[in-house]
Design a protein around this ligand. Structure first.
Ligand code: NCC
Length: 276
């Protein structure tokens, strides 16, 4: 329960939600096509050691934040889905080291995914909200969105850009911990891309700064900083257990409450920095 300390929860996450990506030869991800397209090196190897990392949520509260320079000062910057930097660098920076996309975007906005240059920078990572936690064959036969064709088409267009697939076990191992630390039952849907991205960066970096996950004083119903769509559910959650994710991260925050209110910033120790 929540009476466990910050370090205990970090150690639970580290032990039970290891960073896991699909490798060529994993179950159905076999054969020449997957051999050619799935990165043979691990993410740690591709990115090298990272001291400080920024996780930039797509939140509307980043608009007019002027956080761009601070964000770019990190060794690596993670962004999500179709969140752009062009035209917004004053608020969100211009560096993109990694980008996590969901399979829904890849399939339902395929033409854009294959054409928009914003996806071509840095390392790409995709995930699919499959209900299967362990059985890769079951998942391959019946993903939430059938991403295989888009993945392979993208790889043919950008053969040198590393493009990883997160193992679906990660989202459910993380979900289990979210449920254990929540006082009430949470919906059986996978954690948001943002929450999964925090876990990925805790595995890769010594220290991470997360921007506008816990909202600042700029909080409003503006969904994304880059488009004028208004909906409180973007910040408070609907399909994803977003409010439970935010409670957990609030509990883990090592920065001050003032950083949250003024900047929308949370500071977390990477897994390597905690003595478990
Ligand atoms: O909006 P989305 O998320 O791409 O945002 C990325 C992550 O930022 C955090 N966030 C975002 C907005 C906000 N006001 N507050 C926030 O805290 C969340 O942690 C979020 O995960 C997703 O998680 O993949 C999601 O993707 C979109 C959409 O599929 C993509 O943008 C592609 O178009 C989903 N929206 C819809 O399906 C309509 C969203 O629910 C979750």
């Amino acid at each position: 329960s929540m009476s466990l300390g910050r370090a205990d929860i970090t150690c639970e996450l580290r032990a039970r939600v290891p960073l896991r990506v699909i490798k060529a030869g994993d179950g159905p991800f076999s054969g020449e096509q997957w051999e050619k397209s799935l990165p043979s090196r691990g993410l740690e190897e591709t990115l090298g050691p990272l001291k400080t990392c920024a996780v930039v949520m797509s939140s509307g509260a980043l608009r007019r934040s002027s956080l761009g320079m601070e964000i770019d000062s990190h060794d690596a910057v993670l962004r999500f889905n179709a969140a752009p930097t062009e035209g917004h660098s004053r608020d969100v920076g211009s560096k993109t080291t990694l980008r996590i996309v969901n399979s829904q975007l890849m399939v339902t906005q395929k033409a854009r995914f294959l054409q928009d240059a914003l996806f071509n920078t840095g390392v790409l990572i995709m995930w699919d909200p499959a209900p299967y936690s362990k059985d890769l064959h079951e998942w391959y036969r019946n993903p939430d969105f059938n991403f295989t064709e888009t993945y392979q088409d993208y790889h043919r267009l950008h053969p040198r850009q590393p493009f990883y697939i997160l193992s679906p076990s990660m989202q459910w191992e993380l979900w289990d911990i979210l449920q254990e630390y929540s006082p009430t039952a949470i919906q059986p849907n996978p954690p948001s891309s943002g929450m999964q991205g925090i876990i990925v960066m805790l595995s890769l970096c010594d220290r991470i700064s997360v921007y506008e996950f816990l909202p600042s004083h700029r909080k409003s119903d503006l969904c994304h900083y880059f488009e004028d769509i208004h909906n409180w559910q973007c910040t408070q959650g609907h399909y994803h257990p977003l409010s439970f994710e935010k409670n957990l991260i609030k509990h883990l925050n090592q920065g001050g409450q003032e950083d949250v209110v003024k900047l929308g910033k949370v500071t977390l120790n990477g897994f390597s920095q905690e003595r478990c």
